[in-house]
Design a protein around this ligand. Structure first.
Ligand code: PMP
Length: 461
């Protein structure tokens, strides 16, 4: 077979892809028919495909390319580390400088007494670590009955058997025998979709109190931890009402339930602070990290844990670990990414420039006839498409049909936005400049106009 390169005709690349490559979260038959979009290059906030089209990537890949594409420093560091020590493990009393340096840096950046890092290759793996870690923690403290982890419906915590069980996506539970035992899901704080006649504040409290009810019902002596994303990402950028998080923290404190903040999306600047937990003013015992840790340049994740948990777990042997826990190349790349985030004050840029600018422009989309609410926090944005703003109604017919049309109109307008049902979401690289935000919102507006015209034509509105 001749070499497969960027220079091959797109149709040939698509045919090979369809013949041999199984894609995550993709309907195979649809893909075979349409052919995959082949991305060939990227720089800053812009992606280029094999046909020479360019797109403003308002999703930063999968919420991960926080420092933007094309930072050569990371390539240099990776090459240097590969030459010096491409791999060694961190099992059996061994370590290496990249793992030492990265864990020390993360301990410095993380709030409170979160001073210890257990590395993984991804967010899913890190959440699997968390399941075993919190159960082992309680067992080592003489309370093996505390094994239930409470999570939320419509949460996303990964795709492996453990993390997919923590997640609250029913369409994932339908495949492969999930969830595993002792995972319990309460309702999410999604006011727009589920708040009914309650005010957002009343609803936030009511949903937080479901945690207390669940602990009372299941028994305090059975519950190990509560896990949640500070802002639900894959669920549609669900920003909880103001009343929610303080109440969750109160309940976790009262019942001594460990709080796991899944910072895989919110971590490393996304909400305008290093961690979403700081934005929400919560004190987690464990934070799950991945994605922005390396800005997606290398696969790496981990769990940052408190002194107390590390002391207890460290008092025995934790029979857990991944070949790539603390992989030296990924760790070196992550460390360089953190250096850039810090030295270039990219989080200050989010907080002081990009997020306020986006918020203003994004809110303006609520004037569009299709848009019910338009909200953002830091550099995460969400808009609800609705046939009736006042009643916050959903479209008749298949949920997501209108969102899908809108996503396709975004592509046609050189913009990558994602749809979750009939909600459009963004999470652009943190380095996005105000003039790029203008372009993003102008393209989104055109896509919304075209969606509006299309659904009127189809009789959906
Ligand atoms: N947690 C959250 C909050 C996520 O958004 C994701 C990925 N989208 C994960 C965990 C899983 O991470 P990974 O895909 O790296 O396994």
């Amino acid at each position: 077979m001749s070499a497969i390169t960027n220079h091959m005709p797109t149709a040939e690349l698509q045919a090979l892809d369809s013949a041999h490559h199984m894609h995550p979260f993709t309907a195979g038959n649809e893909l075979a028919e349409k052919g995959a979009r082949v991305i060939t290059r990227a720089q800053g906030v812009t992606l280029t495909d094999s046909e020479g089209n360019s797109f403003l990537d308002a999703m930063a890949g999968l919420w991960c390319v926080n420092i933007g594409y094309g930072r050569d420093e990371l390539a240099q560091v990776a090459a240097r580390q590969m030459r010096e020590l491409p791999f060694y493990n961190t099992f059996f009393q061994t370590t290496h400088v990249p793992a030492i340096a990265l864990s020390a840096k993360l301990a410095e950046l993380a709030p409170g007494d979160l001073n210890h890092v257990f590395f993984a290759g991804s967010g899913s793996e890190a959440n699997d670590t968390n399941i075993r870690m919190v159960r082992t923690y309680w067992a080592m403290k003489g309370k093996p009955g505390k094994s239930i982890i409470i999570s939320r419906k419509n949460a996303y915590h990964g795709s492996s058997v453990g993390s997919g069980s923590l997640g609250g996506m029913t369409y994932m539970h339908e495949q492969g025998g999930l969830p595993i035992p002792d995972i319990h899901h309460i309702n999410q704080p999604h006011w727009w979709a589920e708040g009914g006649d309650l005010s957002p504040e009343e609803f936030g409290l009511a949903r937080a109190r479901e945690l207390e009810e669940a602990i009372e019902r299941l028994g305090e002596d059975r519950v190990a931890a509560f896990i949640a994303e500070p802002v639900q990402g894959a669920g549609g950028v669900v920003i909880a009402p103001q009343t929610y998080w303080p109440e969750i923290q109160r309940i976790c404190d009262k019942y001594e339930i460990l709080l796991i903040a899944d910072e895989v999306i919110c971590g490393f600047g996304r909400t305008g602070n290093w961690f979403g937990s700081q934005t929400m003013n919560i004190r987690p015992d464990i934070m799950t990290i991945a994605k922005g840790l390396s800005s997606g340049y290398a696969p790496i994740g981990g769990s940052i844990v408190s002194d107390e948990i590390a002391d207890v777990i460290g008092s025995g042997e934790f029979n857990h670990g991944y070949t790539y826990s603390g992989h030296p190349v990924a760790a070196a790349v992550a460390l360089e990414n953190l250096r850039i985030l810090e030295e270039e004050d990219i989080i200050g840029h989010v907080r002081n420039i990009a997020a306020p600018y986006l918020e203003k422009a994004w809110k303006g989309l609520a004037d569009h006839p299709l848009v019910g609410e338009a909200r953002s926090i830091g550099l995460m944005g969400t808009i609800a498409l609705t046939p009736d703003k006042d009643s916050r109604a959903a479209f008749a017919g298949d949920a997501g049909a209108v969102g899908y049309i809108c996503r396709e109109r975004c592509f046609a307008n050189n913009l990558i936005m994602r749809h979750v049902g009939d909600r459009m979401i963004i999470s652009p690289p943190l380095v996005i400049r105000p003039e790029e935000i203008d372009t993003l919102v102008a393209r989104a507006t055109r896509a919304l106009d075209e969606t509006y015209a299309e659904i009127q034509k189809q009789g959906l509105f």
